[in-house]
Design a protein around this ligand. Structure first.
Ligand code: PLP
Length: 411
């Protein structure tokens, strides 16, 4: 185990100041959403207590402060992804909205009957359903890179799937159901060699990979979508990064205030990106909270924090793998944060209910990845997902919870 001080980090999170059913909270549902450090809670509270105003149009002091906070958060997000310009950062409600924006604005207008959108067998529904929708509207189809038995991509199949009909390759960087880390740089290079743009779903990647893996100039990704709430920020805010040459050629998909250049009674012209894609009053406090979260996260000793989290995952994985009646789903060599498993003595939902008696919060279900469940022949899994504020005590609590379920269901 690394020397990382998880207890000190944990003390920054007020949520851990409580017990659950008389037990310490072992929060292992970080893949669904992360807890919020005081720095983020304070930033949001401070905005509402001192700076609250609408942005961009006001010349009064509060309006200027709110605008500076919102645009400052955009600059922080650009720095987080090493985007060449803050104008390549569009604030969205989250990963889902970012992907839908690309589907409607970038892909749909150029999609012809017979065209293809290439995805993978490990995508979250957020990176499947938008493609189904635009393909259905245009007579195009969704193809996919299949999975190997360990939950990694069948990379040998990729060249044959990058056909001249593919208009976009949409791929997750980290699987939320399996934890697999995909080799984004190599995937982008292969797609670009065929002239195919790439969208990266970074929802699970942003909080669990080193900065170099998320650097858009290094990966070459055309679009990157992520959600604030999965990286210690508020809900209701996310980021879509898009290369400027794409964004400036894309039409808006929502019309209203703040996204226009000029409006007449019978027509309007549009602002440049990113404003073009941010119609209406945006989630200002949430964006400021996201800026605080990214600043907080970039201020961590990220290497040590991620090594700590990886060590907990490895320890929990080894302990469960050694037990009879436990099947791990997703055993790729390159994986982070996610421990997905099924018990042959209890249904995932029943087990998760008993886990809560031990103060252990995990997710049970298909994790919005039904094709992954189908690939592995299970209706659902239990999923523990780790963050740097987790400790060995959380791993012990998880193992105790599994033992309790085994006793209840087999004795
Ligand atoms: N993509 C992945 C890989 C996810 O794990 C999630 C959320 O669980 C999403 C997309 C959707 O994120 P959101 O619901 O925040 O839009």
């Amino acid at each position: 185990m690394s020397a990382f001080d998880a207890a000190a980090l944990r003390a920054e999170f007020p949520v851990f100041e409580q017990t659950i059913r008389g037990k310490a909270l072992a929060y292992l549902d970080n893949g669904a959403t992360t807890q919020k450090p005081r720095a983020v809670i304070d930033a949001v509270t401070r905005f509402y207590a001192h700076d609250n105003a609408n942005i961009h149009r006001a010349v009064h002091t509060l309006g200027e402060r709110a605008t500076a906070g919102y645009e400052g958060a955009r600059a922080i997000a650009a720095r987080f992804l090493n985007a060449p310009s803050p104008n390549e950062i569009i604030f969205t409600r989250g990963t889902t909205e970012g992907i839908n924006l690309v589907a409607r604005s970038f892909v749909e207008p150029r999609l012809q009957p017979g065209d293809e959108i290439l995805v993978t067998g490990m995508e979250h529904h957020a990176n499947l359903v938008p493609w189904h929708m635009v393909c259905q509207a245009r007579g195009a189809r969704v193809t996919h890179v299949p999975l190997l038995d360990d939950g990694s991509l069948d990379l040998d199949a990729l060249p044959g799937l990058l056909t001249d009909r593919v208009r976009l390759f949409a791929v997750t960087q980290v699987s939320n159901a399996l934890g697999t880390v995909n080799p984004i740089r190599a995937l982008v290079a292969q797609a670009h060699a065929r002239g195919i743009p790439v969208l990266v779903d970074a929802a699970q990647a942003v909080a669990h990979l080193p900065a170099a893996a998320l650097d858009v100039q290094a990966t070459g990704a055309d679009f990157v979508a992520f959600s604030g709430h999965k990286i210690y920020g508020p809900t209701g805010i996310g980021v879509l990064y898009g290369r400027s040459e794409h964004l400036s050629a894309m039409p808006p998909i929502m019309g209203g205030g703040d996204m226009i250049r000029e409006v007449f009674l019978d027509r309007s012209t549009y602002a440049e990106p990113p404003a073009r894609f941010e119609a209406g009053t945006p989630p200002i406090a949430e964006a400021i909270g996201l800026g605080a979260a990214l600043t907080w996260f970039m201020g961590l000793d990220r290497e040590a924090a991620l090594a700590h989290e990886d060590a907990l995952l490895a320890r929990a994985t080894a302990a469960l793998a050694a037990q009879p009646g436990v099947r791990l789903i997703g055993t790729a060599r390159e994986k982070v944060t996610v421990l997905s498993f099924v018990l042959d003595f209890a249904h995932p939902h029943d087990a998760a209910t008993f886990f809560d008696f031990e103060g252990v919060a995990v997710r049970a279900g298909h994790h919005c990845a039904q094709p992954v469940m189908a690939r592995f022949g299970v209706p659902a899994t239990l999923r523990a997902t780790f963050a740097p504020y987790n400790t060995e005590a959380d791993v012990e609590a998880l193992l105790r919870a599994v033992a309790r379920v085994r006793r209840v269901f087999t004795e």
